[in-house]
Design a protein around this ligand. Structure first.
Ligand SMILES: [Zn+2]
Length: 249
């Protein structure tokens, strides 16, 4: 194919513009995303662990393949009714929470720090994803992470998620919200447990995952409100690579 001089000039102009745009970005800040910018298959460009990690999350959960936990790890959930700060991080809506709520799992105490949301759910159960998933991020005194994930299946009534999922703030805005944390828990704390990672860059590993199913967890309008703003902020499921997923009553 013969390239005309005009075409070459246009290409050079585009290349120069692209270089200029690249140089405008602050050093070290790469714009990862789900459907735009650096998408999940390329997150390794932001943090190598996202592609080289061997214990990545989310994963496909299977009630048939999960191993019954034996002996059962006591799971103590001690959440409070709190006032949090709702922010739009640009990747999700997140409520930063005051200290005092925690879980105890496997003999370790993890303090609840924040809750944020994904749409659709990141974990799948028996091949199905729920419309949304809430992630309650906990940290231990020595920096270990435990995330309680609740798959939100819609119900009809207004839920305890309403203050958080309605009237979402714009990027850069902050809003004070009352959150009744205990009311967000499913009736059954039956859960999947496995060793995984953060599901967003830097995809750090050694995260204890506890994933629950929330039937009637949020109302359809609440879910629709979040999805209008974030229709797709879920990472695809990652290979288990020999890990065992446990299921606990
Ligand atoms: Zn998350």
């Amino acid at each position: 194919m013969r390239m005309t001089r005009t075409c070459v000039m246009a290409l050079l102009a585009v290349a120069t513009w692209a270089r200029a745009a690249e140089q405008k970005k602050p050093e070290g800040e790469k714009h990862w995303g789900y459907t735009h910018g650096i998408t999940p298959p390329r997150w390794g460009e932001v943090s190598p662990t996202c592609t080289t990690g061997v214990h990545q999350s989310p994963v496909a959960l299977s009630t048939k393949q999960a191993k019954a936990q034996s002996p059962a790890q006591p799971l103590e959930l001690s959440w409070n009714k709190v006032t949090g700060e709702l922010v739009d991080t640009g990747h999700s809506e997140q409520v930063n929470l005051p200290p005092g709520s925690f879980i105890s799992y496997g003999g370790t105490r993890y303090e609840l720090q924040q809750v944020h949301f994904h749409s659709p759910s990141e974990h799948s159960v028996d091949g199905k994803r729920a419309p949304m998933e809430a992630h309650f991020v906990h940290r231990s005194a020595d920096g270990k992470l435990a995330v309680v994930g609740i798959l939100l299946k819609p119900g009809s009534a207004t839920s305890a998620f309403a203050p958080v999922l309605t009237a979402l703030p714009a990027p850069g805005e902050k809003r004070t919200v009352e959150v009744d944390l205990p009311a967000l828990l499913p009736k059954s704390t039956r859960h999947f447990a496995y060793a995984g990672s953060l599901t967003t860059p830097p995809c750090s590993e050694e995260v204890q995952w506890i994933v629950m199913l929330g039937e009637d967890a949020a109302s359809k309008p609440e879910i629709a409100g979040f999805r209008a703003k974030y229709p797709q902020n879920a990472r695809p499921v990652q290979p288990l690579k020999g890990r065992t997923v446990e299921i606990a009553p």
